[in-house]
Ligand binder design. Structure first.
Ligand code: DX5
Ligand code: ZN
Length: 223
């Protein structure tokens, strides 16, 4: 699939769940094309978020949006089918949660959707080198997974550049996604460091005017 890069992917974890549909619509009205869905099970990460039914509802409120599903759960292979049925266009699994990562990636791709691998802040990129040729996207966590509203871990800039170098050296075509602590203050620097897809939760949904904030963030990406 061809995408117009860079992409802003709002994480609905930070949305107002009493009006999730209208919050998502506000994002789409601002030009958003990807919606980031954070699935947490209270085991792999110390928080529980939501499941397939919310992904399905989000897809219903923005049928044309690309659903970017980030599984922060143990044994993700068991749940891939549920998220495919819910409308996922891409499913990312954590390197740290998949003892048989090659099989997990194939298990996602067999559904005809995109597959991504995620690395936590303390995980070296050299752990995922063998899988780079098989994935459509690599997600670098710039916060410790489990919660929105955290601060961007500064060493993520270097990790982004390292990953871009690995992609060039290997002739790979995967997208590079960054997730956690992206805001108006750092979004340009994060994009310059090599991010193709930038997740933003609280900086989008905690704004007074979501559409205006999306315009602001996307304006900085276009500049
Ligand atoms: C954290 C999630 C992130 C988070 C982003 O575990 O993977 O997607 O929701 O939220 P902000 O942008 O507020 O850090
Ligand atoms: Zn996420």
């Amino acid at each position: 699939m061809d995408f117009q890069l860079p992409i802003l992917a709002p994480s609905i974890l930070a949305a107002d769940f009493t009006q999730l549909g209208s919050d998502i619509k506000d994002c789409v009205d601002g030009g958003v094309t990807w919606i980031h869905c954070d699935i947490m099970d209270g085991h792999f990460v110390p928080n529980i978020s939501y499941g397939p039914s919310i992904v399905k509802a989000a897809k219903k409120s923005a049928p044309e949006a690309f659903m970017d599903v980030h599984l922060m759960i143990e044994d993700p292979d068991k749940f891939v089918d549920d998220y495919v049925q819910a409308g996922a266009d891409l499913i990312s699994v954590h390197y740290e949660a998949c003892p048989h990562l090659h099989r997990s990636i194939q298990n996602i791709k067999k559904h005809g959707i995109m597959a991504g691998v995620v690395v936590n802040p303390a995980t070296s990129l050299f752990n995922i080198e063998p899988i780079l040729e098989y994935v459509d996207l690599v997600l670098i966590m710039s916060v410790n997974p489990g919660f929105g509203g955290q601060s961007f871990i500064e060493s993520s800039y270097e990790k982004l550049q390292e990953l871009a170098d690995l992609r060039d050296a290997g002739g790979h075509g995967f997208l590079i996604e960054i997730d956690g602590g992206v805001s108006l203050k750092n979004i340009e620097k994060v994009a310059e460091a090599g991010a193709d897809v930038l997740v933003a939760g609280s900086s989008v949904f905690k704004a007074d005017d979501i559409t205006a904030r999306v315009n602001e963030l996307m304006g900085k990406l276009e500049s």
